[in-house]
Design a protein around this ligand. Structure first.
Ligand code: SN0
Length: 316
């Protein structure tokens, strides 16, 4: 694997899940693999789980890790080729990515959507410019449209909590929020669900339809209670409108997930990638209840990242 920016970079998801579960049992089994290799982690946005889990994943494989909070400590990057740089940007991504490649064996980058221009966000300009100008493998730590390390951890978590023959019913439900949040987590979760052996439904208010590029094949049910019926897993996430880009079309607090709403499910496990706005997206009782998988998901971030880094190190 030379790149990890979406599910399409994984040839065999099942095999990758097995790899991650093997690493979970024996995290230091490959602590020699990354010896004298450097993982450079570039952040253009805040992070808690992604930063610490990816850094620790590298450390578990024996890598050295360098973190650059580019948004706070780096030069303002120019992303456009051919730009006349007489404005606020100081360094071109062409130079920055090439320089990082001199010091690092793998470059991981976090670059959220700016939520202003749909075409620009959905072109994944920043990740693609890093891919173009780096000479080493690039890993997405959440781009503007996808968050594959999270979705991979979610797939691992579902696998750990499902041992029945039939497919589990997985429901992705929209939840309220006060800010225009990117569709990346929802797009990515959908994309991974549609490539694994689950029965997948998305529920959201009208106007919150996600891009078909990531959700084609999913069942869309606008009535949340109907969607939740017999669910085995409920994944809660807010996103802002895709069609009427970055708009907040619904503020109806009744979309918040509560225990009452879960009564129609098949004693569903509840998932959220975190950070979660408590008692806005999901109630405390659900997040802290027996069916909550939020900590297991966070824990599995380590092993999704470790499986990805291992695969890349083995490919080089
Ligand atoms: C990010 C997102 O893409 O949804 C990161 C999730 C892993 N979440 C947020 O930006 C939440 C910000 C907030 O104010 O709640």
């Amino acid at each position: 694997m030379k790149i990890f920016t979406s599910v399409n970079d994984v040839t065999n998801i099942d095999e990758m899940v097995n790899e991650a579960l093997m690493l979970k049992k024996d995290p230091y089994a490959f602590s020699h693999l990354g010896k004298n290799k450097t993982l450079g982690m570039v952040f253009l946005n805040p992070s808690l789980r992604t930063r610490l889990s990816t850094q620790k994943a590298g450390m578990n494989l024996g890598m050295n890790t360098i973190v650059l909070n580019m948004d706070k400590e780096g030069w303002a990057l120019e992303m456009n080729d051919g730009a006349v740089m007489n404005g606020s940007s100081v360094e071109h991504v062409r130079d920055a990515a090439a320089v990082l490649s001199q010091y690092c064996d793998i470059i991981a980058i976090r670059c959220f959507a700016h939520m202003k221009n749909k075409e620009e966000d959905y072109s994944e300009k920043i990740i693609n410019q890093f891919k173009k100008y780096s000479t080493v493998p690039v890993v997405s730590m959440e781009g503007s449209t996808l968050h594959p390390l999270q979705s991979f951890a979610d797939v691992i978590t579902i696998r750990e909590n499902w041992n029945k023959k039939q497919k589990p019913k997985v429901v992705l439900t929209w939840a309220p929020h006060i800010k225009p949040i990117a569709q990346a987590v929802a797009n990515s979760f959908s994309e991974w669900m549609l490539k694994t052996d689950v029965d997948f439904t998305i529920t959201h208010p009208e106007g919150y339809e996600l891009s078909e590029a990531f959700t084609k094949g999913a069942k869309i049910v606008y009535d949340q209670q109907e969607a939740l019926k017999d669910a085995d897993f409920v994944y809660v996430k807010n996103w802002s409108c895709y069609t009427d880009y970055a708009k907040i079309a619904c503020t109806d607090s009744s979309w918040m997930l509560t225990n009452k709403k879960l009564e129609v499910t098949n004693n569903a496990k509840v998932m959220h990638c975190l950070p979660v706005r408590r008692n806005l997206e999901v109630s405390d009782e659900v997040l802290d209840g027996a069916n909550s998988l939020i900590l297991q998901q966070a824990s599995n971030r380590l092993f999704s990242a470790q499986a990805v880094l291992k695969k890349i190190l083995e490919t080089k």
